[in-house]
Design a protein around this ligand. Structure first.
Ligand code: ZN
Ligand code: FE
Length: 255
């Protein structure tokens, strides 16, 4: 039976998302920005929390863990490299490990850069990827603990997933990301189309997430740093992709 998902806002601009296996009733919360909206979402769907899958240690992804664990006694799965910085971890995972939610199965992909141990969960059978703060729609996470080279390699790993993978990220940043991306690729027609779509969605406060990876590849300049037109637009024609990526990321930080 195919997985079901339920996306809902948390804090000021975070997303919570529940992943439900209808065959077994198992339900995972991807990260736990805060407990109350997760509980409200569970109630709205009539689902019972069995697992929390953590992408990285930042408080806006982990602050809800303690209260949810206390109420549901759910299993907390977290990146091995950050387990010491995440509360109440039951199981640590790293590159290549598999994580089950009922009969649903994910591969763990290490995607460091935003934080040093950030991971993403790829449910290949259901064409879903939960990428935390590594990849955003038309953007990517700030490089806080890792290097730009590391972040670029992490984005390449995600870019390699099938085009029809639905990407769930941790924040609603799409409008601001598009304003910036237009400065890098003003003539990208796919980006213009995404801008029009996002304008309509946000006008009625609808989420711009999830998004198909294939669409992101066509419009997200951070996934396109190895294209000659992106390098040229930042005055770095012929330079290595990781350097171009670093420049685009640096410009976004100042934007
Ligand atoms: Zn973060
Ligand atoms: Fe975050």
């Amino acid at each position: 039976m195919p997985a079901q998902t339920y996306l809902f806002p948390c804090l000021s601009d975070n997303y919570g998302v529940l992943l439900h296996d209808p065959a077994t009733g198992a339900t995972a919360s991807i990260d736990a920005p805060e407990a109350a909206p997760v509980e409200a979402a569970l109630q709205a769907k009539g689902w019972k929390l069995t697992d929390i899958l953590v992408t990285h240690h930042h408080a806006d992804h982990t602050d809800g863990i303690a209260a949810l664990k206390k109420k549901y006694n759910c299993r907390v799965v977290a990146p091995k490299a950050e387990a010491a910085r995440i509360p109440l971890v039951d199981e640590t995972v790293s590159e290549g490990n598999k994580v089950s939610v009922g009969k649903l199965s994910a591969n763990v992909i290490e995607t460091p850069g935003h934080t040093s141990g950030h991971i993403s969960y790829w449910f290949h059978g259901d064409k879903l990827a939960f990428v935390g703060d590594t990849l955003f729609s038309i953007g990517c996470g700030r490089v806080i603990e890792g290097t730009a080279e590391q972040m670029w390699q992490s984005l390449l790993k995600l870019r390699d997933l099938p085009d029809d993978t639905q990407i769930y990220c941790g924040h609603e940043y799409t409008e601001a990301n598009i304003r910036f991306a237009r400065t890098i690729e003003p003539d990208n027609a796919k980006l213009a189309a995404r801008e029009a779509e996002v304008k309509q969605l946000r006008a009625r406060k609808a989420p711009t997430i999830p998004v198909a990876l294939g669409d992101e590849k066509a419009a997200n300049c951070f996934l396109r740093a190895d294209l000659p037109e992106v390098a040229a637009s930042v005055g770095m024609a012929g330079k290595p992709a990781a350097q171009v990526f670093a420049e685009v990321r640096a410009r976004k930080n100042k934007f």
